[in-house]
Each structure stands twice: as structure tokens, then as C-alpha cells.
Ligand binder design. Structure first.
Ligand SMILES: *Cc1c(COP(=O)(O)O)cnc(C)c1O
Length: 481
């Protein structure tokens, strides 16, 4: 008995005799079981995350990871004094990732865990901005490295994830996105120099593009910037956005040079909660050498009588993600990560083969580990009487979320479809998906839409990498993010 109520049947209790409070702060209280049931039941309408092939993020973790997450519910990562071992695991994580990305001195460099790549990207960008300011900030001079006073800093990139547009807006930095020439889908080394000047704080290649999954050619871009330095004296650093490639290539394409092996690469971000396999809320930002992170960005918090450097946008932050990430690192090691990530590519290639057999599709990225992340992206090569938004819509009726979206603005008349292959997506699931694609195509052939569905009518995926949100029909087309 609870408050004189018979808890025998939850659904007959008072809290469930009326609708749940939805606006205005509720006046009455309810027992936890009732409140839980309301929230739990409403969430049944959310998608099944493992069938969401639009997300890059972790949708499967093992039981030990779940346990560690539950056990660390109360651990605040900023409280280094209260939770010194959580802080220690973070420090170990930084050194491990620095080693993975070939930092010259993995123990001595600077790095931090973050809530994800977005925060890590902001930190990398801010460090570049502060280095640029330090370098000049003064009067016009004949030194090409000198910064004209009052000048706006800029950075150069190809088609980037929305976090870079945010960085530009929030921190007053001009974003110079190189348009895609011809049939190019990635930033090309030949195009980079023309966009750089002495206010360029960095070039940002994406190592695992959001649009297509393709790796941008970091080594080629680095070489182009070496040539620029020879001819003009401009020394432009690189920040690599390795949100999803950072925990793939070291295992599945170890000879691909994209990381701190290139001296020009001064900082890298990656999402622990993508291919790092950690639960949501985990990212990493690392600098090549301690000097690449300007001291002005570092705040020292007192820690067990000593002092601990922090550089984050957040203050309080859950510690479980870092703890669980450390668990992943020691549980899998290089051997385990290689095994797990290689399997992703096998599934991607299986899906690619299946798609090609269907006839009307051509691949943009077929899951080649040397070319990009474990994703498959494709387009229609012939007119089949339906478009990819309609196919995406059909697949949604079976619970699959697969993004269909236009390419970046300069190629925006082309539509592509993309499936991210993540830990927990099996060959059998790929076959079920292929069956549903065939079923969808048949239905669309039999019942063509009187007027083809547009992107937003078909559920208009925005291109935000992590949360591909189907928009309501009435909602205007969102700026692709
Ligand atoms: C996912 C992604 C981001 C944003 O990362 P979050 O971890 O979601 O904040 C940035 N850049 C690229 C290339 C991405 O794929």
C-alpha cells in the first residue's frame, strides 16, 4: 500500500487516470512507479537505435560497460579531488590516444576528454585562434606570419560537420569552405593554398566526412601547405576532425598517414562515442605537443594539494563516459579494436555487394577501409520512377532510419543515401535491410507517388551527423547542418 493506494495495478492508479503533465510546472506529485511508467511508455515511440543507420554514435555496449556507467552515476569529472581515480583514468586515456595517434611524446602532450567531437573541435579551433593571436596581433609588417591589427581570423575546410559552422559563429572566425569542383566530393589538396592567407588559423580536413564517409587526404593537404610555406612563408597548421576516423584508421588502415606523424598536424578531435565504442557523451581533443595548446586556455584546479590543468567548455560533467572509455581501451586493446572494426567493414562490403546487385544504385563509398569510415553511401544511377527520399520513407515503415540528403550546396542537386555500419550491426541485419529495400522498391514501382516526394515530405533528414532528425511535413526545410 502506498498512500492508501492499491499498487496492485499500476494502470488504475490516479496518476494514470489523467494525461501526463505537458506544460506548466505540475502541481501534484505522483508515485515514482507511475511517473516511470509514463516516461517509459512514451519513449516506446522513439526509434530502435540499432536500426538507425543514420547515426554515427554508439548504439550497443556490453554488460560490463552498462555496469560501469551505472556505478559512476555520481562521479563528476571536474571534481578531481573527490574522484582522483576518475581523473587518473582520464589522464591514462589521453596518453593512450596520444600513442594511438603517434604524438611525438604521448606522455608529455596535452589532451582532454570532452562531451564529444563538437566540444573537442571548439577547443582545437580556440587553440589555433590563440596561437594565431600570439603570433602577431600587431601592426602590418613584411613578415608574412604577422597578423594585421583588427583582422578577422579564418579557417579553411571542405564540406564540414555543423560543429565547425558553430565554431565560426560562436568565436568570430570566418569559415572558408572550399567548393567542390567537378566530380570531387572531398577537399582537394590542389585547392587549399588559394584559400589561405596570413589570417588563416588552420586548415581542417575531415577524416571521415559526414556526407559520404570518405577520408579527406590529410597527407596531401599537409604537403600542399608545405609547398605554400616554401613559396610564401605562410606556416599554416592543420587540425584534423577525426570524429569517426580517429578510432578506425589506426586499426583498419594503419599505414594511412593522417595523424601526428605529419608535423603540421597540431591537434585532433575524435568522438569516443562513435567508433571509440564508448557510450554517448565521450570525446577527445589532443594536441601534438604541450606548446600547441596555449597556456591562456588552461585553467588549473586544485587537486589533492597539487594542481590539475583543465581545458573544457563544461564544468560539471559525468565521469562514466571516461571510465567506460578506459574500460573499452583496456578490454579490447589494439587486437580487439582491430577485430571489432574489421568486422564493420566486412558488413559494409556485404551491404555494398547486395545493393549493387539490385541494379539501379551506384556506390560513392562502398566501405573500403583505405578510403573512408565503415559506412556505405550510394546514389541512383538511372531514373527508376522514385527518389531516395521516397525509399527512405518506405524503409521507415519497417523501422529503419537511413539518411537521404542532398550533397553540399555546390552539388546540391544530387541526392545520396548513407548507412553507417556500427558495432552491433550484423550481416543478418544487413540482409534484412536489403530485403526491405527490395520490398520498398517494389511498392514504389507498383504505387508510384503521384508527385514525387520531396526531401522534407519524405521526412527530410537533416544532415546533422549525430542526430538525424526527421522533420515534420509542415516544417520548412532546415538549412543542412
Ligand atoms: C559527429 C561528427 C562531429 C560532431 O561530433 P559529436 O561527437 O557528435 O559532437 C564533428 N565532425 C564530424 C566529422 C562528425 O562526424
Amino acid at each position: 500500500m502506498t498512500d492508501g493506494l492499491d499498487p496492485d495495478d499500476l494502470f488504475a492508479l490516479p496518476g494514470l487516470r489523467r494525461t501526463a503533465p505537458k506544460s506548466g510546472f505540475p502541481a501534484p506529485e505522483m508515485i515514482p512507479q507511475v511517473a516511470y511508467e509514463i516516461v517509459h511508455d512514451e519513449l516506446m515511440l522513439d526509434g530502435v537505435s540499432r536500426m538507425n543507420l543514420a547515426t554515427f554514435c554508439t548504439t550497443w555496449v556490453d554488460d560490463q560497460a552498462r555496469r560501469l556507467m551505472a556505478e559512476s552515476l555520481d562521479k563528476n569529472i571536474v571534481d578531481k579531488d573527490e574522484y582522483p581515480q576518475t581523473a587518473e583514468l582520464e589522464r591514462r586515456g589521453v596518453r593512450m590516444v596520444a600513442d594511438l595517434w603517434h604524438a611525438p611524446d604521448p606522455v608529455g602532450t596535452r589532451g582532454t576528454s570532452t562531451t564529444g567531437s563538437s566540444e573537442a573541435a571548439m577547443l582545437g579551433g580556440l587553440a589555433a585562434k590563440f596561437r594565431w593571436r600570439k603570433r602577431g596581433g600587431g601592426a602590418v609588417s613584411s613578415d608574412p606570419q604577422a597578423v594585421a591589427s583588427g583582422a578577422t581570423p579564418n579557417f579553411v575546410c571542405g564540406p564540414v560537420q555543423v560543429c565547425w559552422e558553430k565554431f565560426a559563429r560562436y568565436f568570430d572566425v570566418e569559415i572558408r569552405q572550399i567548393p567542390l569542383r567537378g566530380d570531387r566530393l572531398t577537399m582537394h589538396p590542389d585547392d587549399v593554398a588559394a584559400y589561405c592567407d596570413n589570417n588563416t588559423i588552420m586548415v581542417v580536413p575531415t577524416f571521415g566526412q559526414t556526407f559520404t564517409g570518405l577520408y579527406e587526404d590529410v597527407a596531401g593537404i599537409s604537403k600542399a601547405l608545405d609547398q605554400l610555406q616554401e613559396s610564401s612563408g605562410l606556416d599554416i597548421p592543420i587540425h584534423v576532425d577525426a570524429a569517426s576516423g580517429g578510432f578506425l584508421a589506426p586499426f583498419t588502415a594503419p599505414d594511412l598517414i593522417w595523424d601526428f606523424r605529419l608535423p603540421r598536424v597540431k591537434s585532433i578531435n575524435a568522438s569516443g562515442h562513435k567508433t571509440g565504442l564508448a557510450p554517448l557523451g565521450s570525446g577527445w581533443a589532443l594536441w601534438r605537443e604541450a606548446a600547441d595548446l596555449p597556456d591562456e586556455l588552461v585553467f588549473n584546479v586544485d587537486y589533492l594539494g597539487g594542481s590539475m590543468a583543465t581545458f573544457n567548455l563544461n564544468f560539471s560533467r559525468p565521469g562514466g563516459q571516461v571510465i567506460t572509455q578506459y574500460y573499452d581501451f583496456i578490454r579490447l586493446g589494439r587486437t580487439g579494436y582491430t577485430r571489432v572494426q574489421s568486422q564493420l567493414y566486412r558488413v559494409a562490403q556485404h551491404l555494398t555487394d547486395g545493393l549493387l546487385q539490385l541494379g539501379p544504385f551506384e556506390m560513392i563509398h562502398g566501405g573500403d577501409p583505405q578510403r573512408g569510415i565503415a559506412a556505405v553511401s550510394w546514389r541512383l544511377k538511372q531514373d527508376v520512377g522514385f527518389n531516395l527520399y521516397e525509399l527512405s520513407d518506405r524503409l521507415r515503415t519497417r523501422g529503419w532510419l537511413i539518411a537521404a540528403y542532398p550533397l553540399p550546396p555546390d552539388r546540391g542537386d544530387e541526392t545520396i543515401m548513407r548507412a553507417l555500419i556500427r558495432h552491433g550491426f550484423t550481416i543478418d541485419m544487413a540482409d534484412l535491410l536489403l530485403d526491405d529495400i527490395v520490398r520498398g522498391m517494389r511498392q514504389l514501382a507498383k504505387h508510384p507517388q503521384p508527385t514525387p516526394l520531396t526531401r522534407e515530405e519524405a521526412g527530410g533528414f537533416t544532415h546533422t551527423a549525430t542526430a538525424v532528425v526527421p522533420s515534420k511535413k509542415a516544417r520548412p526545410v532546415k538549412k543542412r547542418s
